[in-house]
Design a protein around this ligand. Structure first.
Ligand SMILES: [Zn+2]
Ligand SMILES: [Zn+2]
Length: 125
């Protein structure tokens, strides 16, 4: 489990408090994507009271808890301060939990999971 951030890095909301309007980290509670510039706002077939909803800062980036739970981690194998800027690696590599330097694989949520808008979380496909 990664440590919790007491405040949203973008809007400064405390854990358990809603993100501010225009926060780039807040996720849409309807489709699980980013709330900023979310398509819901342009759609007319949705109940506007529920479009996007009010996401709270949880202490983690949206999707991190689910990626950790599913054991989906990636490690950057490429140019960088750790391995050297001329290191030519494989790019993002899927690794197991506990690998040093691994971060939760949030991109994989979009391919191997789907947003459950009742539970307000990602579930495996
Ligand atoms: Zn925020
Ligand atoms: Zn939305």
């Amino acid at each position: 489990m990664s440590s919790l951030e007491p405040f949203c890095p973008d809007c400064g909301a405390e854990i358990g408090r809603p993100h501010g309007e225009g926060c780039a980290i807040a996720c849409c509670l309807y489709d699980g994507g980013r709330r900023l510039n979310c398509e819901c706002r342009q759609r007319t077939d949705l109940d506007l009271d529920h479009a996007c909803g009010q996401d709270d800062w949880t202490g983690q980036w949206p999707g991190e808890a689910e990626a950790e739970e599913f054991g989906w981690w990636v490690f950057w194998d490429g140019p960088g301060p750790e391995q050297g800027w001329d290191h030519c690696g494989q790019g993002w590599v899927r690794v197991t939990a506990g690998t040093p330097g691994a971060i939760p694989d949030l991109d994989r949520l979009r391919t191997d999971a789907e947003w459950d808008r009742k539970a307000l979380r990602w579930v495996k496909r």
